[in-house]
Write a protein that binds this ligand. Structure first.
Ligand code: SF4
Ligand code: SF4
Length: 378
């Protein structure tokens, strides 16, 4: 095994390259990974077939000759209020949607990948003997959260996310799997950080769709993140009302977590909400047009007016592209159906017009979602 000094150098180097925290862990089958097959058998992964990759349950099979994993953590928390803040600037005449905080800016895959690649380059410069290293952001056959826990970066909370006492949970994780035999950041007799959830159950009680089967276990099929991003068909009716104004992901079980109250703010420009200047002709007659379109509380009218070509152009390099144009429009229909707009609101006519057009779509998912929304705002 390589000396601890090498591990300490890697951690320092990762921070120099812009990671908030970094840890090193041996590639082992940790206890949490033993539970994955049962979670899958219960059907909790829904349509996310990639989660059934058996390599995700055993880091030893993630890469030939693997010995270690380097886990980098990058905070994405920005200054905008939480989705649960009662003082959010909500305008009843111009309903807005909620996009998950992590998706307001540039695609985190690209931001983290750049830093991981730089770290791999540093490893190549430092270690002369041949070794393999592969960098992954969400795309690898590993469970990053579990590796991060055993790298000493936090504990797995009742909301199933990694929590860190100083940073909360608004962060991304990236990993480098390597054949380098590195000394772990946690010593042989050191345990991972303790679970500080205690008797708290705020996340479990706040989840609008009751996606937690029990503390630490989520049925992803009920989670708004899954429903708005991963699910390709119609949103099941039983969850539509509970979806509220979510159009891409959900932050509620993080927003209510006490460990996020003092989560530090980052100034990384790539994570600030994207803003799209509206053209004068877009402003004319529309309801929002006093301001530019932002991914922080975007106007539903603006979202529903996007064509597929607009979507491709505006969401290039954004995490939102994952749900595709059809998914975003489907979600925006449901959000408008939940918006509570009532007769007397100036924009009602325009909402009817937009939804009417979508209700006539040949795409059955869009047509049905728009009809549902119309039935709720008439
Ligand atoms: S992201 Fe939202 S829907 Fe999903 S588990 Fe958390 S609170 Fe529930
Ligand atoms: S809200 Fe409470 S129970 Fe849930 S993850 Fe945070 S500390 Fe743990």
């Amino acid at each position: 095994m390589m000396p601890l000094a090498d591990t300490l150098w890697i951690v320092d180097q990762a921070k120099t390259l812009g990671f908030d925290l970094c840890g090193v862990v041996r590639a082992e089958k940790f206890p949490e990974l033993e539970r994955t097959p049962e979670w899958l058998d219960r059907g909790y992964a829904g349509e996310m077939k990639y989660l059934a990759d058996p390599r995700r349950s055993d880091p030893q099979s993630a890469m030939p000759g693997i010995r270690s994993a380097i886990v980098g953590l990058l905070n994405y928390n920005t200054t905008q209020p939480l989705s649960t803040n009662p003082a959010l600037p909500i305008d009843d005449s111009n309903p807005s949607g909620w996009i998950s905080r992590y998706a307001w800016g540039d695609d985190y895959h690209d931001v983290l990948r750049e830093r991981l690649d730089a770290l791999m380059e540093s490893l190549r410069e430092r270690f002369a003997s041949p070794f393999e290293a592969r960098a992954y952001v969400d795309t690898g056959p590993v469970q990053e959260r579990v590796l991060a826990k055993y790298a000493g970066l936090g504990w797995l909370g009742k909301n199933t996310l990694l929590l860190n006492q100083m940073l909360g949970s608004f962060f991304f994780l990236g990993v480098i799997l390597t054949t380098l035999d590195l000394e772990p950041t946690l010593g042989a007799n050191e345990l991972p950080p303790p679970d500080l959830c205690g008797s708290c159950r705020r996340c479990l009680d706040a989840c609008p769709t009751q996606a937690f089967v029990e503390p630490y276990v989520m049925d992803a099929r009920k989670c708004i993140s899954y429903l708005t991003i991963e699910l390709r068909g119609s949103i099941p009716e039983e969850f539509r009302e509970a979806m509220g104004n979510h159009v891409f992901g959900c932050d509620i079980c993080q927003d209510v977590c006490p460990w996020n109250r003092r989560a530090p703010i980052v100034t990384i420009p790539q994570f600030q909400p994207r803003v799209f200047p509206l053209l004068e002709e877009d402003r004319a007659g529309a309801s929002l047009p006093s301001q530019d379109a932002s991914l922080y509380l975007p106007s539903l009218e603006w979202l529903l007016g996007l064509t597929e070509a607009d979507f491709k152009e505006l969401f290039s390099g954004s995490p939102v592209k994952r749900t595709k144009w059809r998914g975003l429009i489907r979600n925006a229909c449901v959000a408008l159906g939940n918006s509570g707009v009532r007769p007397g609101i100036v924009a009602l006519g325009r909402f009817h017009e937009i939804l009417g057009r979508l209700a006539a779509s040949e795409d059955q998912v869009l047509a049905e979602s728009a009809r549902w929304a119309l039935s709720r705002i008439e």
